[in-house]
Structures are given as C-alpha cells and as structure tokens.
Design a binder for this molecule. Sequence first.
Ligand code: ADP
Ligand code: MG
Length: 581
Amino acid sequence: MSAVVQSIDAHSAAEQELTDGFHLVIDALKLNGINTIYGVPGIPITDLGRFAQAAGIRVISFRHEQHAGNAAAIAGFLTRKPGICLTVSAPGFLNGLTALANATTNCFPMILISGSSEREIVDLQQGDYEEMDQLAVAKPLCKAAFRVLHAADIGIGVARAIRAAVSGRPGGVYLDLPAKLFSQVMTAEAGAKSLVKVIDAAPAQIPAPNSIKRALDVLKGAKRPLIILGKGAAYAQADDEIRALVEKSGIPFLPMSMAKGLLPDTHPQSAGAARSTVLKEADVVLLIGARLNWLLSHGKGKTWGEPGSKKFIQIDIEPKEMDSNVEIVAPVVGDIGSCVSALLAGMGDNWPSPPAGWTGAINAKKEENIAKMAPRLMKNTAPMDFHGALGALRTVIKERPDAILVNEGANTLDLARGVIDMYKPRKRLDVGTWGVMGIGMGYAIAAAIETGKPVLAVEGDSAFGFSGMEVETICRYNLPVCVVIFNNNGIYRGTDVNPSGGADAATTVFVKDARYDKMMEAFGGVGIHVTTPDELKRAVDQALDSGKPTLINAAIDPAAGTESGRIGNLNPQSVVKKKKK
Ligand code: ADP
Ligand code: MG
C-alpha cells in the first residue's frame, strides 16, 4: 500500500502523474496482449468498459452476461488466450458464472472479471447494493479464483489469472474486483512498475520418453487401431503434427464433434461414417485430447464391444485424467504438440500400416452408410424434415469451408453433427462437454469478432430461445452472422398435447409457426422465411455473400424430431406410467 495516494503528500501528488485502479486493470490486460472484452456494463464497472474502449480495447457489450461469458469462453478456445468477460456484481456475476463453469468443464481458458461490493459490508453481511461473497461462490465452479484489494496488486492479480487460465489444462478463472479498488490512486510510475507481463503463459509440457516408448509399443502391436481426436487436439493448434501422425500411421481416426475438420471429414482415413463399428471393434485406441466421459460412453459398455477387448493409450496434459473411467495402459502426459511430435519421431520411417482387413472393413461400412444417407439429404419437400434441410447446409459448408459453424439444439445438433462435413480445424463450435443449450449467439458473436470469418449458426428453435435477444448485439456490431432456426414449433417436436386436456399448451411446444425472422428485422438485420431446402440454400448463400446479420426461419415439419434427439436414453423413464399401460 506504500504507493497509494494516502501516502503521497499533497506536494508530490500535484507534481506526479497519477493512475488508478481502472487504468491499471486496462494496462495490465493490454500488456498481456488482451485486445477484446466481452461484457455487460453497470455498477461498478461501467467506467472500466468506457476507459477500456478509449484505450483501444474492443469492448463488446451484450444484453445478458451469460452470452458475454460464452463469447469469452469460445474466444479462449479459438485463440489460446483467455477470453475476458466483464460483469457487474451479484446478479451479473451469477449470470456470467454459468459460462465460467461451462468454460472450465470444456477446458476453455477464460477469465470472468466481476465488480463486487465492499468487503467490510459483505463480510459483516450488512446488506450492500448487490451484496454477495462472489469469490466464495465462484471457487468451486472454476479452476482458480482471486481477489485484488489494492491497486498495487492489480498487475500480479491479472498475471495470476492469465497463467491459471491457460497453463496445464485450460479453464475458467474468476477475478474479483471490489468497487473501491477502481478509484484507488498510485503514481503512474509506480503503477507501471507494478504490472506483470506473463512470460510463457502456457509452457510446453514435454512427455517422458519412456511414456512415448510404451505408447508406441502398444500401438505397434495393434491389429485394429483407432485414433480419437477430441477438442483438446483442436485447441492445441498442433494441426500439422496431428495430420502427420494420422497419415504416417495410416490409422483410421474418429473426430469428436469439435475436433471435426482437424483433418477433413472427407479424408480417406476418417472413420466418422463408421463410428459404431470402429468403437466396437478397435483393439487399441489412441485418445488425443478427448476424455472418456459420457460422450464416449465412459470407455465401456455396449458401445465398446466385448469387455476387455480394448487397450487405451491417452495423450492429455492433465495427469489426473488417466484411468478416470477405465485403465489406460499407456498414459502420455504432456501438451499435445510435444506428445504428438515425440510419437512421430519415435515411429521412424518404416512404421507398418494397419492390417488391410481392418481398414478395408471400415471403408466398406463407410460406403454403405454414406449411400444409405444420400437420398435423405436430397429430399426437397415442404415441410422440410431435418435431413432435407441439413443436406442444403452441408453443401453450403462444402462450398465455404472457411465459414464457422455454430450448432445447438437436440435433433438439430445430433443430426447436423453427422451430416455436415467439416474441412478445416476449429470451424465447428457446439454444445460441448455438458451438451448445454444457450451457447449459440455468444459463440457466434465471438467467432465473428475473433476470426473475421462468416458464421453460420444452426439452431433448434428451443436452443435459440436461450440467447435470442443477442440478435440485437449481432446487428449493433454489424457482424457477418447468419442464424438458421430449425423451427419445428417446439422442444424435440411441435406436436405434443396437454395430457390433462386443459387449455394450457403442452410443456414442450411453442407458439405455432412463429416468425423468428421478424426478430432480426426489428433491429435492422435481414429476416427470411423459408419452407424448402432449395430456398434455405439460396437464403444462406445470400446471407453469407452479403455479410449482413441475417436470421432465416426454416419451417421444419412439427412431427419431425425425436425425444431428446440421440440421448433419449438419458431421460429417466417412469415405472408407474409403464404399469398403468
Ligand atoms: P471432447 O469432448 O472433444 O472429447 P474433451 O473436452 O473431453 O474433448 O477433452 C479435451 C481434453 O484435452 C482434456 O482432457 C484436456 O485436459 C486436454 N487438453 C486440452 N488442451 C490440451 C493441450 N494443449 N495438450 C494436451 N491436452 C490438452
Ligand atoms: Mg424444435
């Protein structure tokens, strides 16, 4: 505290240039290469946003903190720099916290910076404006949480937050800034000295040589090897090394949804169209930045064939991930770039191709499945079903592989994941590890801001509802975002009826034939209503060519769609109901 104004006598203060908490936070972020903040202004951080904008940081103001938080999280995924979300105290903080927890769950680096009320009042629970012990609330939901009380500690606080977010397994960090901090004053000179530029924020983590040898020995003995690429592999930005490993080994690969495009889905070694076959039959599975969680049936059960029929090799930066669900016979702990390079080096020049019987069987299965799907994707009828509509969007992405696809919903998500091929890394952003709804507009906005590329957000009508108000944000910043709503009048389907026979709508249906396109028009964007796949394709092309904010309301058959999409098995079933039948 020696440097705060209280200790500076009036004489020297008048002579020396001063800075304060507001400016130190901004300078600390800028010093560390942070050039964008996502947030919602209000007490006590309104001026922080203003001053940040004045200082050349891009400040994107949202309508709700959850979407600003989701934007920050996906900015972190896309750039490997922590995405910053700025919120007001208690309620704004809590709104942002959902996104912070989601970022942590998905291993995306993000920092939630929230203003808070005064410690003295909060700790005595005397009822301050928006009083809440935010640090305590945030702690269990993120990777690290810090509070800065003195302006002189802002530099260290920001540095710790950045390092915590991006080093090791990335995740969400909470930084608590009480209101009083912002107006604390220091001399500009002392302030500048107090800032910390983080050196090597995410240091390489080199795998142990014996772990590489062990992994290669297991891989070499495989008769039916498989590589699974997860979003950690996409995040790592080791695209060339990963491609080299896949191609040199000749091993078929399966991308998890956000790893699609790391190698093109049309790559001859892609086993995407033979997913269930390869999971069931593989004898050695190399996991690269993918966890054996529910999305991979925990590495066991029916999906994985005969019990004991698999050996798992896992590359992950987090040692505790090993053996989380099943035994990992060859754990390789380190950053993906270093691990994959080490494996490549260890493979030498004469690595044997996998047995032709295995790759041949996969190719036959792929061809069979692709042929089965093809006619469904070409159906050009009204009302559209999911496959017909997705067939049109599949062509759009094929013609525009640089566009970023954001995708959420139930059926809209499950089916789009399988139908729409991706061609480039980090172009598919979706509901991730939680399978959460509500990421759509936040992810779309950050994708446009961070990459400057056109964004196509394919949304179920239900999923869109969680973040729909952010179409105003899209229009306000004039972003090249095209939102397509698969509108089947409800959640899963639009055909449910109230079982009591009463006047209230059924719990899963929405207003019939709603015109979401009018929402975009309300804010000056383009709204289009379409009823056939041909119309849909034309409308999306028009939107992406123009770069104008566009919302396309795609009328889908209300009877199309299944309960919970592909994860209906996770819905508890009532025994009572079954007995009555
Ligand atoms: P998916 O859902 O696509 O299967 P997950 O989110 O389950 O992917 O897994 C991602 C994994 O990648 C996490 O276990 C995380 O620790 C790991 N990871 C993230 N970044 C890196 C990195 N740079 N190097 C190594 N592992 C990483
Ligand atoms: Mg729906």
